[in-house]
Design a protein around this ligand. Structure first.
Ligand SMILES: [Zn+2]
Ligand SMILES: [Zn+2]
Length: 412
């Protein structure tokens, strides 16, 4: 099949994507040989250099994979870490983006439970079901998905993405949804009811499942005392989860007064501004009558992880959700292990993401879990570097890239 330009595709109206049924592809996307697509995507060429939009090629989905037309994508702090080279060497060139939602455009062989036209949220750990972690029921710790996710490849160890010069591009956390289309493993697409607007559903697959899942992992009881340090896109979901779980006192800590406002609206009972050397720990201890039972660190820095430990009452548990750069270490006063404090981590909600999302989606449909209120900025794909900069400065809760306004259900 001859290569077809983007302009030809757009003037021609509906152009089959070459896989499965012929579904129209939109303006700016062309079909090239072998059922591959040309599309716009935000590419990290080299850590430390601004992320820029390029025209790249996306090959058709293979067995057990699906092609998703991306509606919207959230910009997460892990994207900043990747862009800044803080998650290890060898992670570029890469199409960024791991939190998003869209519509299934084509399915590869062997895919069950997903059909063309389904609305889906991305899941960046499409667990294999066969490794030691999966067999032990720890599916977000899937060893296969972990290995290939770090390598920027799909579950068969290869990439569907190529730059214009033919160079292989990595799939950001096995999703790569800062792009018009994404090919993901079938397990990386979770079906959603069409009633949830996709610009809001975009947040489900990272921020929501990570934040609420951390609350589940901590095993909150009704009336529990809680402190959440870091009230960005994930921390605000921890607060929502704590409220739904029946927490009593919820102390929110952040350096941004705007995010603390949001935290109070989401169910925090107290807000502490952690800026300019303020005595955060003392304030939280005073507000909670001597310390909280559960602290959640949602920043990923040694000083805030230490704060999460210090605000605990004896017997309390600190759960670290924030992603720290590779090589960062934390020190704790070892004498305090006598007070039976616990510190642990929670990765991606610590459960089966598909099952967790089924439950969370029901809460959204029932109006008990708001999604859109954490979205501080709606932007175009070209605005991704600006969104990364806002995260570097700690500004705004969540930027959502609207890639297809009609599908996303919102305009920029
Ligand atoms: Zn994320
Ligand atoms: Zn596995």
């Amino acid at each position: 099949m001859a290569a077809q330009t983007a302009s030809a595709a757009s003037t021609g109206g509906g152009v089959g994507v070459g896989v499965g049924v012929g579904v129209g592809v939109g303006v700016g996307v062309g079909e090239v040989a072998g059922g591959a697509l040309e599309m716009r995507a935000a590419v990290l060429r080299e850590p430390g250099r601004p992320v820029a939009v390029e025209t790249v090629t996306l090959a058709a989905p293979r067995r057990d994979e699906v092609l998703v037309r991306v509606a919207a994508a959230g910009v997460c702090h892990s994207d900043v870490h990747l862009a800044d080279g803080l998650l290890g060497a060898g992670r570029a060139p890469m199409v960024l983006g791991h939190e998003g939602a869209g519509v299934v455009e084509a399915v590869g062989d062997g895919v069950d439970g997903l059909s063309v036209g389904d609305h889906v949220a991305f899941c960046f750990v499409p667990s294999c079901g066969a490794c030691g972690a999966c067999r032990a029921g720890r599916r977000t710790l899937c060893e296969t998905a972990g290995r290939f996710g770090v390598a920027g490849m799909l579950m068969d160890g290869t990439s569907r993405l190529r730059a214009a010069d033919g160079a292989v591009l990595q799939h950001g956390l096995m999703v790569a949804c800062f792009a018009e289309y994404a090919v993901v493993p079938a397990g990386g697409a979770v079906p959603l009811p069409a009633s949830i607007p996709l610009w809001q559903a975009a947040l489900l697959g990272c921020g929501v499942v990570t934040g609420v899942g951390a609350v589940n992992r901590a095993g909150l009881r009704v009336g529990a005392t809680v402190c959440v340090i870091g009230c960005g896109g994930v921390g605000l979901q921890v607060i929502a989860g704590a409220r739904l779980a029946g927490a009593g006192t919820i102390v929110a800590v952040d350096v941004d007064p705007g995010k603390l406002e949001l935290a109070l609206r989401r169910g925090a009972t107290h807000a502490v501004l952690g800026r300019g050397g303020s005595p955060v720990v003392e304030e939280v201890l005073a507000l909670s009558g001597g310390g909280v039972e559960h602290a959640f660190e949602v920043v990923g820095r040694p000083d805030t992880i230490r704060q999460a430990w210090d605000v605990l009452r004896p017997g309390g548990t600190a759960t670290v959700v924030g992603v720290a750069p590779v090589g960062v270490e934390v020190s704790l006063p070892a004498i305090e292990f006598l007070s039976e404090k616990t510190i642990t981590g929670s990765y991606y909600g610590s459960s089966d993401v598909h099952a967790a999302l089924d439950r969370l989606v029901q809460l959204v449909v029932d109006g008990r879990l708001d999604l859109g209120d954490v979205v501080s900025d709606l932007i175009e794909l070209d605005g991704v570097e600006g969104a990364l900069d806002r995260l570097r400065r700690g500004e705004g809760a969540r930027s959502v890239i609207v890639i297809d306004e009609a599908l996303a259900g919102v305009s920029v």
